[in-house]
Design a protein around this ligand. Structure first.
Ligand SMILES: Cc1cc2nc3c(=O)[nH]c(=O)nc-3n(C[C@H](O)[C@H](O)[C@H](O)COP(=O)(O)OP(=O)(O)OC[C@H]3O[C@@H](n4cnc5c(N)ncnc54)[C@H](O)[C@@H]3O)c2cc1C
Length: 387
């Protein structure tokens, strides 16, 4: 098999997989190199929330374009991403209500089905929730969650059908070329292409260094747990981000997945144990979910584990060309890059093949912004971010 391509993608997470699909669809010869297996990194651990509520316009636009893929997956990609519509509720702390209103207005201007609702509406949507602390919430009736590993595999399968090659168990160990990219060195020999894309998630910092780049890049750990839901809650509940309690949760069958916004360590090795959650996480998670859904006290812990993503100082991805000619970054998705992957892959395929972004201008995510003293921040930013 040929080791030469138009584009080499490092990493078969959902981001590398989406880009491979979009490039192959346009006729480019693509090789994806993956050190383990498809969705072995953050993607395989992702909670899979699919919602459009953000405080940065481009994030919402990416999520909205991506949403068209999730809800029309079979026609647009093929296979199944496992999208389940549950409705999505965004809850915020009292101090952030004006920001919530401004952000919903921004979403509506984009065309996203999003509306402001009040506490009694939340109660109607989710009778088991405590709503005393809620004045307003944002509601996206169309949103929900999808299956991240299935999503990445569906993208890879579709890319393969269009001629892409995926090489698993193949770690990139070096970048070939000085001022101009020639290819990569790997544990399975050298591969050649004039374009190389770093989509290596939590490991991407190491590859940036191999390409001679000095960029602020860290790892971010995030634990999640599944709780067997007591039957009193009913067959399901909406997907929720609850900034007031610094957590999010969503249903999956008769389980509820819970993640916390705080206590997510930075700077650990992404090769650390992810089969178990960190000490104390489950206790904190149970305390939080029971504050919003007291009857959850009758639930039972099903399982808990962790995952690692790449994170940047403004908690937004690095997307675009950087370093040697032909080297591109698609990394640093900072704990929120599952739902946006379909559109990010589309836009980067445009940048590589057409020389510019067409569907959405992603230039705000350019990797050089930190050196220029710029950070991405929404017009009405929430105070609650990963900690
Ligand atoms: C627990 C958890 C929950 C999350 N929940 C959500 C959510 O609900 N919604 C959402 O939108 N986002 C969520 N995220 C974030 C989202 O999952 C990630 O942003 C996204 O999956 C990143 O995809 P990726 O392809 O960039 O990285 P990854 O999925 O990490 O893929 C990178 C791949 O690169 C490979 N690799 C690394 N180094 C090399 C090398 N040298 N050579 C070859 N291959 C290499 C790795 O093995 C890996 O498979 C969550 C993340 C975590 C950890």
């Amino acid at each position: 098999m040929s080791n030469t391509a138009d584009v080499i993608i490092i990493g078969a997470g959902v981001q590398g997989a989406s880009l491979a699909f979009h490039l192959a669809k346009r006729g480019a010869k693509v090789i994806v190199l993956e050190k383990k297996f498809i969705a072995a990194g953050a993607t395989g651990r992702s909670s899979g929330l699919v919602r459009m509520h953000y405080d940065v316009k481009q994030d919402s636009e990416l999520a909205w374009v991506s949403f068209q893929y999730f809800r029309n997956w079979k026609e647009m990609v093929g296979g199944d991403a496992g999208f389940t519509r549950t409705g999505f509720i965004q809850l915020v702390a009292h101090d952030d209500v004006e920001k919530l209103k401004a952000n919903v207005a921004m979403h509506q201007r984009i065309g996203i089905p999003s509306m402001l609702i009040k506490a009694d509406d939340v109660k109607r949507l989710a009778p088991s929730f405590v709503t005393d602390d809620i004045e307003f919430a944002a509601y996206e009736p169309e949103s929900g969650y999808a299956m991240p590993s299935d999503t990445a595999n569906a993208f890879i399968n579709a890319a393969k059908e269009k001629g892409a090659r995926i090489v698993q168990d193949c770690a990139v160990t070096g970048i070939l070329g000085d001022s101009k990219i020639k290819g990569v060195q790997t544990t399975q020999g050298d591969f050649f292409a004039p374009v190389v894309v770093n989509a290596a998630g939590a490991w991407a910092g190491k590859l940036n260094e191999m390409a001679g780049l000095d960029l602020p890049y860290d790892t971010w750990r995030h634990d999640t747990m599944f709780v067997a839901r007591p039957s009193q809650i009913g067959p399901s509940h909406p997907t929720v981000i609850d900034f007031a309690h610094e957590m999010y949760f969503r249903p999956e069958g008769n389980l509820t997945l819970v993640g916390l916004e705080d206590g997510n360590p930075l700077g650990e090795s992404p090769d650390s144990d992810t089969d178990h959650a960190k000490k104390g996480f489950v206790e904190r998670g149970i305390d939080r979910i029971c504050r919003r859904i007291p009857i959850m006290e009758n639930g039972a812990l099903h399982s808990a584990h962790g995952g690692y993503d790449g994170i940047t100082p403004d908690q937004h991805p690095m997307i675009g060309a950087a370093g040697p000619d032909g080297f591109y970054l698609n990394c640093g998705h900072s704990g929120t890059g599952f739902k946006t992957a379909p559109a990010v892959g589309l836009c980067i395929s445009e940048l590589i093949l057409d020389g510019k972004f067409k569907t959405i201008d992603l230039s705000i995510y350019q990797p050089q912004r930190f050196a220029e003293g710029k950070q991405i921040i929404g017009e009405h930013p929430y105070s609650s971010i990963w900690r």
